[in-house]
Design a binder for this molecule. Structure first.
Ligand code: HEM
Length: 160
């Protein structure tokens, strides 16, 4: 993973802007996923708990199991923010996470809408303070995370 892609200025901007989001992760995660279902409603049927599909995004967004997924997503982002200086240590975990997402029917391409939704949520949270430098720093971090997750799709499972 190219942790050298993030300058120390980028790291500072990411840490500072994450603090506010992370003080109410579910609330902000709801903004992210509401946007995601607007951008790509076909992702909704991928979320099934006890083989039950949701008929509307609202139904999904208010289910306890989905709120738990939001909590997990925010924890992964939090782990990335915590390890900005050593993102390599998350590589294996993220590749496995990618593999799990492939297994539930997610396509790597869908992660670009997730990225847009992440930036949308950050902008909603920070308003004009979410300037071009903060946006670029987050774009870099997100692409590092997606690159690591996509190894779960790209590389055949290693025989250890
Ligand atoms: C296209 C967007 C996504 C879809 C459709 C999706 C779907 C799913 C589904 C169906 C599950 C299994 C059920 C569950 O645990 O709720 C899951 C698990 C999970 N997802 Fe996602 N997900 C998406 C994006 C993400 C992102 C961006 C992250 C974090 C960066 C993430 C983190 C997780 C984690 C940590 C789990 C639990 C994995 C485990 O059981 O070990 N998801 N996801």
């Amino acid at each position: 993973m190219e942790s050298d892609g993030l300058s120390s200025a980028d790291q500072k901007l990411i840490r500072e802007s994450w603090e506010k989001v992370n003080s109410s992760p579910i609330e902000h995660g709801l903004v992210l996923f509401t946007r995601l279902f607007d951008l790509d409603p076909d992702l909704l049927p991928l979320f099934q708990y006890n083989c039950r599909k949701f008929s509307t995004p609202q139904e999904c967004l208010s289910s306890p199991e989905f709120l738990e997924h939001i909590r997990k997503v925010m924890l992964v982002i939090d782990a990335a923010v915590t390890h900005l200086e050593n993102l390599q240590c998350l590589e294996e975990y993220l590749a496995n996470l990618g593999k799990k997402h492939q297994a539930v029917g997610v396509k790597v391409e869908s992660f670009s809408a997730v990225g847009e939704s992440l930036l949308y949520m950050l902008e909603k949270c920070h308003g004009p303070a979410f300037n071009v430098n903060v946006r670029e720093a987050w774009t870099k971090l997100y692409s590092i995370v997606v690159k690591a997750m996509s190894c779960g799709w790209d590389v055949p499972r290693k025989v250890e």
